[in-house]
Design a binder for this molecule. Structure first.
Ligand code: GRG
Length: 301
């Protein structure tokens, strides 16, 4: 067993983050391949930034089921490419209109709006290309389920649907269930898919175990957003690497505006507990998933 697998969470995460950066560099179109500007903009938007929380969740779920790391690399890359596309489009003037992402100018600022649109489109296509062209499971039917899983999680019944509700909710007062519905889709669906895809790369879990793992993904997905709302209201722009205070500026309903900061933190703590409870019975194989739940809730950026 490599040392990093036995080591503390920080070294486990940084070994995977730097290894995964090389995976992405290899899988993305090379910058000198035509059309160069589009390919350079795709690389600009994906590489050298981000916490890589979704890939880490896929790696941790893969460890639980002794998955082949090469297979998890592909599943994790597909999820991260969808995430990167969503950030590029979300930052555009027709959506959140932001100029800073991952500590650098957003894609449409560094390049232009048309390029940013095409970057998002191309990253999304590449994600599905990867899932289709690499063997991720010994069973074709399982691999097809994985492709469908990511399609549903990122489409109108997942992330894009959540984003549509988000855009529609500006200036409105949502109820707590409405806010939860929006965030389970906008942010939670892809995080949940990352856990499931990592697990599908290895030995099959039974339906009860898969249900527990999925509940874990659902809880950390929502907790991620609750913490994001708290950080948006409390942290500064340089710590976050994106513009802080955007939610209030844009009059968006959040857990902080709806519940207050204290109750939002309490809610994150409850989701954290539920996530850990869902893993009870998985033993030491779920160690990295537990540590990721801790990171998601306790993070400061
Ligand atoms: C454009 C279809 C479409 C969807 C956009 C996810 C999303 C939907 C928009 C991002 C807006 C946002 C700031 C949402 C809050 C939660 C979130 C997804 C934050 C960014 O994810 P991190 O913190 O980012 O994992 P890094 O940069 O670390 O990868």
């Amino acid at each position: 067993m490599p040392d990093f697998q036995r080591g503390d969470f920080q070294s486990w995460a940084s070994v995977h983050q730097s290894r995964f950066e090389d995976v992405l560099r290899r899988l993305l179109p090379q910058p000198d391949a035509a059309p160069q500007r589009l390919h350079q903009a795709m690389r600009y938007s994906v590489l050298d930034g981000g916490k890589r929380v979704r890939p880490l969740l896929a790696f941790a779920a893969g460890e639980l089921v002794n998955a082949n790391i090469e297979r998890v690399n592909i599943a994790a890359a597909a999820v991260e490419l969808i995430h990167a596309y969503s950030l590029v489009h979300d930052d555009m003037p027709c959506m959140d209109n932001d100029v800073l992402r991952r500590g650098k100018p957003t894609c449409h600022v560094e390049y232009d709006e048309a390029t940013a649109l095409l970057v998002g489109d191309s990253l999304q296509s590449l994600a599905f290309q990867l899932l289709a062209e690499h063997q991720l499971s010994d069973e074709t039917s399982r691999q097809l389920r994985m492709i469908k899983l990511l399609a549903v999680a990122s489409g109108s019944r997942g992330m894009a649907g959540g984003q549509a509700i988000d855009l529609d909710s500006v200036g409105k007062k949502l109820s707590l269930p409405e806010l939860e519905f929006m965030h389970i889709h906008k942010t939670g669906a892809l995080i949940r898919a990352a856990v499931q895809l990592g697990a599908h790369c290895g030995a099959a879990l039974d339906a009860v175990q898969m249900g527990r793992l999925d509940h874990f993904g659902k809880c950390v997905g929502l907790a991620f957003q609750v913490v994001d709302d708290v950080l948006d209201s409390e942290a500064d722009t340089s710590t976050l690497g994106k513009t802080a205070g955007k939610d209030a500026e844009q009059d968006k309903p959040t857990y902080v505006t709806l519940l207050g900061a204290q109750a939002a933190k309490q809610m994150a703590a409850e989701l954290h507990r539920d996530a850990l409870d869902a893993l009870a019975g998985f033993g030491d194989g779920a160690r990295r998933l537990r540590e990721l739940a801790d990171f998601i809730v306790l993070r400061k950026f």
